[in-house]
Design a protein around this ligand. Sequence first.
Ligand code: NI
Length: 258
Amino acid sequence: MFDTHSHYDSTKFDEDRDEVVAGLTAPNEFDPQGVKYALTCGDSMESSRRAIALSERFAHVFAAGGVHPHEADGFCAEDLAVLEQWYVQKKIVAIGEIGLDYHYDFSPRDVQKRVFAAQLDLAKRLGAPVIIHDREAHADVYEAILKSGVTRGVMHSYSGRREMARDYVELGFYISFSGSVTFKNAQGIVEAAKSVPEDRLLIETDAPYLAPVPYRGRRNDSHLMYATAEFLAFARGVSVESIINSTRENAKRLFSVE
Ligand code: NI
């Protein structure tokens, strides 16, 4: 399996981080496969730095660096230069997670938009894929991506309609589903998940958050993603093997991972 979105730098892993991350590659009671690749995403400059440190210690861990809309208020021009340097020199395979969040509005919307646009422009210049967070900001996120000219990336923990997923697929993007697709009342997300072409589908945990049913409410980790793969396989009428294989190969292509 390739978990395309996690936060192993989260304080929720402070007690046992090394044990959890080192143990991902071996099958366990939740996961008969084992996890071959895990992408851990930064949400601030500090957290991106911690993500890189993890990627340097574990062969199966890759990092993404970027500033989340929640943290946009503290962003400064020098951060762009640092992100660029990290992308070139470190085990960073994407700019993310970046985007807009109008649900929490932790940073003012004009600041969120400016910081998002600056990081999209950087990704465009570097030819880097982007990892997009979009919470109740669909129109502005789509407009910013179109304006930037970025055509490589992933809509993370997708929760929008199937029509919007189709627009992103047409643009060149991948659509990633987390444990939220397994939740009650997620019928709209399931419809979107059934509609995404097999060569654009990704899966993720967003660990430590969004553990899939039947583990909902627990601390999530990449092993539990097997339940999300099983759910998607059932919804799409294919084998779990085929979901795991295609999402893994899709992620390797998007993030240029061998
Ligand atoms: Ni995330």
